[in-house]
Ligand binder design. Structure first.
Ligand SMILES: NC(=O)c1ccc[n+]([C@@H]2O[C@H](COP(=O)([O-])OP(=O)(O)OC[C@H]3O[C@@H](n4cnc5c(N)ncnc54)[C@H](OP(=O)(O)O)[C@@H]3O)[C@@H](O)[C@H]2O)c1
Length: 274
């Protein structure tokens, strides 16, 4: 989609972390935004911040993993703003933990928010985009959805699922005017899930990117209809390409450069309640 000014866009997970930064980037392009998350307070803060770019965004407090919540989001957006032309599936939950320590409820929650929520919300938004003959869906994945991500096993499974969902739906929709993309960030600095980790020193091989770089990738996916963008320092982008050829080699490098032992440390700090 080239013309974004005036388009209606939904950003999930917009109450904190990377979501507000993605929303800000789209607001700067003139997108009329609906912000979704469970926290009314967080959404209100994001909406207040975005006033400087135009009309205050609509806030829709809802749980993306809940079917009534998903219907409520789409009905509210259609009623208040009009049919959505953009959907950024950014909301997610994560638990860094040894797999034997996870509760079955953690598995359910992570898969329901990160995978089911994304697919079910997309399903409800899609008819509006198809009717308009244009639209774009961006799924926020993770480099942990491209390669082994020990101690983040449930999220890794969900994010690997998003890769398949993105490529499959994109091919299915070819020729309809509706694009589908995925953005795969490595660890994000300053805000969001991994910025809250409290383990020791990160290994140098585990890069960090700014949330603004993630937001730029979202915009590039929409404007240029890119299927996927990995947002990471150059070494990790190379590893990403190699992982398609040899996942074993990528895992070997990560294992031997301290990435996995660092993640184990994050998991064990969490286990001790840190
Ligand atoms: N931060 C990183 O290092 C990193 C790295 C790779 C990929 N990513 C991906 O980037 C995206 C954003 O992550 P983040 O770091 O910004 O996470 P975050 O700070 O934990 O924010 C997650 C957002 O999702 C919302 N959310 C969680 N459960 C929800 C539910 N059931 N219904 C509706 N909204 C829900 C949260 O709002 P409420 O709690 O108010 O509902 C919050 O706005 C995610 O897809 C994540 O997997 C992040």
């Amino acid at each position: 989609m080239r013309e974004l000014s005036g388009a209606v866009g939904i950003v999930t997970g917009a109450s904190r972390g990377v979501g507000p930064v993605i929303a800000e980037r789209l607001a700067r392009e003139g997108v009329r935004l609906a912000l979704v998350a469970r926290s009314e307070e967080g959404l209100a803060a994001t909406a207040r911040h975005l006033r400087r770019y135009g009309p205050e965004p609509l806030t829709v407090p809802a749980d993306v993993s809940d079917e009534d919540g998903q219907k409520h989001i789409v009905e509210t957006v259609c009623r208040e703003l009009g049919p959505p032309a953009l959907l950024v599936n950014n909301a997610a939950v994560e638990r860094i933990s040894r797999f034997q320590d996870v509760a079955v409820e953690d598995i359910r929650t992570i898969l329901m928010v990160n995978l089911f929520g994304t697919q079910a919300l997309t399903r409800l938004v899609l008819p509006h985009m198809l009717a308009a003959g244009s639209g774009h869906i961006v799924n926020i994945g993770s480099v942990g959805g491209r390669t082994a991500y020990p101690y983040g096993t449930i999220n890794s499974a969900a994010k690997h699922g998003l890769v398949g969902f993105t490529w499959s739906l994109r091919e299915e929709l070819r020729g309809t005017g509706v694009g589908v993309s995925a953005v795969y960030p490595t660890l994000v600095a300053d805000v969001g899930i991994s910025a809250r980790w409290s383990a020791g020193k990160r290994p140098l091989t585990l890069g960090q990117v700014t949330p603004q770089a993630v937001a730029e990738a979202v915009l590039r996916c929409i404007r240029k209809d890119r299927v996927e963008i990995t947002v990471s320092p150059v070494m990790e982008r190379i590893a990403d390409v190699f992982s398609a050829v040899s996942p074993r080699l990528t895992a070997w490098v990560a294992r031997n450069s301290g990435v996995y032992s660092y993640l184990r440390e994050v998991a064990d700090v969490g286990r001790r309640g840190g």
